[in-house]
Design a protein around this ligand. Sequence first.
Ligand code: GAR
Length: 208
Amino acid sequence: QLRIAVFASGQGSNFQALADAAVQVKLGGSIELLVCDKPDAPVVERARRAGIDAWVFTPKDYASREAYEAEILAELQRRGVGLIVLAGYMRILTPVLVEAYAGRMINIHPSLLPAFPGMNAIRQALEHGVKVSGVTIHFVDGGLDSGPIIAQRTLDISEGETEAMLADRIHAAENVLYPWAVRAIAEGRVSLNGRRVSLDAAVDFGEY
Ligand code: GAR
């Protein structure tokens, strides 16, 4: 079965949704490791409670991004990790990891990409005044939130919606969509052809 590493920096609601799906045998794989760049992040405690090993580090202890990524890569290879799932991991990755896991690393982003990449995507969308926003899951390439798109969900923005309200609705959508997408990949139902991603016609996990 597919061995998965989740990378996260913050609250970890998506990490939790993935860990819960794994316990319910709905993920199609096992979460071998959490990688976290913030020792105080709530996601670290979530991993401890779920009994999932965590590789927690402080970037400034290293001479370069490549230096800590090389250590992470060695740990992932030692554990036979076949898929990296970025879940609110707020660091740009270097080619050390991006190339080693090309086609085997995915990210979730709180907007309809290619609109509003980067930080504070929810605020960017509201400040722009869009009427529809949503969630995107994509393969990771060398750019910022730029890789081939696997799945998207839209949310209509209501009159007077605040950033906190929209963030809550986006997180709820993400927490459903991300385990679904990981399962589709684990079951071999997702194929990547250049920039296009196709999903097996049989992909339909109604229970999510
Ligand atoms: C999620 O909304 C995710 O889409 C976003 O960080 C949040 C993490 O929430 N990621 C990005 O903005 C990446 N550019 P969580 O810690 O509760 O899973």
